[in-house]
Design a protein around this ligand. Structure first.
Ligand code: ZN
Length: 177
């Protein structure tokens, strides 16, 4: 007599991640021509990450302020968070960057990491600020990535901030001023 409550076979999945009987050669030399085994699996991590000494930069973004750093010894000014001076090794202090600058250079990205794929193609620009010695890497919106133009070089741009901060570098981007 058959008991229908007791399974007689394991549950099968339809997602192709479980493979039985992968072909395997008798002679290991034939493995050189083997096609790659490809599996599909969900991937998720909760990543707890400390911004450490860079934290004020992200707190600044949340408050629509763009922070850079300046060397207390030689005065070199950086368009990014920096605790120690790249030029002389001195200690840096926080300074507020102007929210207007100019496009130093740019590139159109047709591919990117997972987070940016939905935005492709998009424009990445290096922005220069008056009185700041290094550049700021950021997305440039409000221009057409399909029609990149050298006229964008030197174009005046201004910062825009996410209304609801995610405390990520993408909380700020630039648009033509
Ligand atoms: Zn310095």
């Amino acid at each position: 007599m058959e008991n229908h409550d007791i399974p007689t076979r394991p549950e099968e999945t339809l997602d192709g991640t479980v493979v039985f009987n992968v072909p395997f050669p008798k002679d290991l030399k034939d493995l050189a021509g083997m096609a790659p085994v490809i599996v599909k699996q969900p991937y998720h991590i909760d990543y707890i990450h400390s911004y450490g000494q860079d934290s004020p930069f992200f707190a600044g973004l949340a408050n629509r302020r763009l922070l850079g750093s300046r060397c207390t010894a030689c005065g070199h000014t950086f368009g990014t968070p920096r605790m120690s001076c790249m030029a002389c090794g001195g200690d840096c202090e926080w300074v507020e960057l102007p929210q207007e600058g100019r496009v130093h250079t740019f590139t159109v990205c047709h591919f990117g990491s997972e987070e940016f794929l939905p935005e492709c193609p998009y424009v990445l620009a290096l922005v220069e600020f008056e009185g700041v010695d290094t550049l700021f890497l950021t997305r440039l919106l409000g221009v057409d990535p399909a029609r990149p133009s050298l006229d964008w070089i030197g174009m005046k741009v201004r910062a825009k901030f996410r209304r609801l901060s995610r405390f990520k570098p993408t909380d700020v981007w630039f648009v033509p001023a």
